[in-house]
Design a protein. Structure first.
Length: 142
């Protein structure tokens, strides 16, 4: 009856909230990593890490985390494209990495870290995007 465990559902809810927050920003920017994708990456990572901790008596849960990181690398690589000599999608790939980190933190009962990483990710995506745009505007005026 593991699915009745309130701790599990708290983790699920937190991954949905964190993934939705990051995914909303990505969707508003019309990026391929939309809300559903972000929630599922965060939730999937949390699930694998959580299941790994349930095996702690028999197995090393850090091995699960290491394999998740490898898999996320392949998923992020799929977001990177080369168009006309320009590399695009690096931010989307980086968001995939951050979502996995958020999900891993939640899966390891580090809720504060997961929330903090979500807020920092949103800061980087929103504030630094604004800064980049304004620096380009000032550079064009000079």
């Amino acid at each position: 009856m593991e699915w009745l465990n309130i701790d599990f559902w708290l983790k699920v809810a937190l991954c949905i909230v964190c993934g939705t927050a990051v995914g909303l920003e990505r969707q508003l920017q019309r990026k391929p990593t939309d809300i559903r994708t972000c929630v599922l990456i965060c939730l999937g990572t949390m699930t694998f890490v959580y299941l790994g901790t349930l095996l702690a008596g028999n197995q090393d849960p850090t091995r699960v985390l290491g394999q998740v990181v490898t898999g996320i690398g392949f998923l992020g690589a799929g977001a990177i494209f080369n168009r006309e000599g320009l590399v695009v999608g690096l931010t989307s790939a980086s968001v995939v990495w951050m979502l996995a980190a958020i999900g891993a933190a939640v899966g390891l009962d580090r809720f504060g870290i997961g929330i903090t990483l979500t807020l920092v990710t949103l800061f980087v995506l929103i504030a630094l995007h604004w800064l980049e745009n304004n620096v380009l505007i000032l550079k064009k005026r000079a």
